[in-house]
Design a protein around this ligand. Structure first.
Ligand code: NI
Length: 262
């Protein structure tokens, strides 16, 4: 059976899994088998960026995609694989094997109830390899446990910051000053969703360019203020609103094709 889109809702209240009762979720499953998991990270984002940047952005974009589609959104998984950022205060990381186990168990929980399409909206590049590994493992477990949903189970990873329209917009706004970590585009989205962060903005010296890194000590040696080639002082809340809109539109389209594909 193929899942379909329930359709747009006015506010996010009705699509937040955390605000639904189990009876409402059971009723939802009668007409939609899709669910969105926002996935972030809790890690340094340069001297001015919020530690929660990747979780804040993933959750806000997921809620907007949920509002446009009517698809349920789970609470954000705010801890990701951020081992290489552990040289900076405030970073909280899951080792790859831990994150794999967490995502595997979350997907299996949803599959057990009959969710067939799991759409992960991710805000952190360091989560990508592990998330794909977790999907592979979840498929194997669903099959070995003989879950009725196993043959229909599909998982998709949607990295909002890597979607074509978002990357084009970031390039138009910031050129090569977008960089690779603590980027002005992700910081802009946080300024839009959390205005208290606007007061942190200040001009910063040129950052070290991006390059290969080998663990947290090496990261801090090469990138002493935590940025990789980025100029987050270029970010504005207005840019953030535009980027959020672009990301939500692109990912809504992606979700639609994911839910309607066989
Ligand atoms: Ni980030």
């Amino acid at each position: 059976m193929t899942a379909s889109l329930p359709g747009p809702v006015e506010t996010t209240d009705s699509i937040r899994l955390a605000l639904r009762s189990w009876t409402e979720v059971e009723a939802y499953l009668e007409h939609c088998k899709g669910v969105i998991i926002p996935l972030g990270s809790t890690e340094q984002h340069g001297p001015t960026g919020a530690i929660g940047t990747d979780a804040l952005t993933a959750e806000a974009i997921a809620l907007e995609v949920g509002r446009r589609s009517g698809v349920l959104v789970t609470p954000v998984q705010a801890f990701g694989m951020a081992e290489h950022h552990l040289g900076f205060a405030g970073t909280m990381s899951l080792q790859p094997a831990t994150l794999l186990a967490v995502l595997h168990d979350l997907v299996l929980s949803l599959a057990r109830h009959g969710f067939e399409r799991v759409f992960v909206i991710n805000g952190h590049g360091g989560n990508i390899a592990t998330t794909k590994a977790a999907f592979a493992q979840a498929h194997g477990t669903a099959t070995s446990r003989d879950l009725p949903v196993a043959p229909m189970l599909r998982c998709r990873l949607a990295n909002w910051f890597m979607s074509g329209p978002v990357m084009r917009q970031a390039r138009d706004l910031y050129g090569d000053r977008e960089g690779h970590h603590a980027t002005p585009s992700e910081i802009a989205v946080t300024l839009q969703i959390e205005p208290s962060l606007i007061s942190k903005r200040r001009d910063l010296p040129d950052p070290a360019p991006a390059g290969p890194i080998h663990g947290p000590e090496d990261f801090r040696r090469r990138h002493p203020d935590g940025r990789m080639g980025s100029h987050p002082s270029l970010a504005t809340a207005e840019h953030g609103a535009a980027l959020l809109e672009t990301a939500a539109a692109a990912l809504s389209e992606d979700l639609h094709s994911f839910l309607s594909a066989a």
